[in-house]
Design a protein. Structure first.
Length: 137
């Protein structure tokens, strides 16, 4: 009887060890099944996610580009013709485009003359002349 009592802890240990091995084996099988199912789901869902993200990005890019062009247009509309001439003259001088050909130099000189004429009118008669001229255009 004493031998049987001493054998009980060993038997229990073997039983628990066997149960643990079986649980680990089942967990590995379940992990493999879940991993395969997740891979299948991802392969089905990923193209939809990519399509949605790309559509969202395209919409954002279009929104920003149209907003920036509207902003540029609004700024240009608010600038007077004289200010626009001055900006154009400065850009032409800055990139040396007036030195490329006689035609460009002549256009530059005509633009400078028009700017100087507007400036003389503005200095002589003030803003009211420019405003009247802008309303007539």
């Amino acid at each position: 009887f004493a031998d049987a009592v001493f054998a009980i802890p060993g038997i229990v240990h073997q039983y628990i060890d066997q149960q643990m091995k079986e649980a680990v084996r089942e967990a590995k099988v379940l992990k493999g099944i879940v991993t395969n199912q997740v891979k299948e789901q991802v392969s089905r869902i990923l193209p939809q996610i990519e399509e949605s993200v790309n559509a969202t990005l395209e919409a954002e890019v279009l929104t920003r580009s149209s907003h920036s062009s509207r902003t540029s247009y609004a700024i240009a509309a608010d600038l007077s013709e004289m200010e626009l001439k001055k900006i154009l003259i400065e850009n032409m001088e800055g990139n040396k485009s007036i030195q490329r050909s006689d035609e460009q130099r002549n256009l530059y000189m005509a633009l400078v003359e028009a700017y100087e004429a507007d400036k003389a009118i503005l200095d002589t008669y003030g803003d009211s002349t420019i405003l009247k001229r802008r309303r007539e255009d």
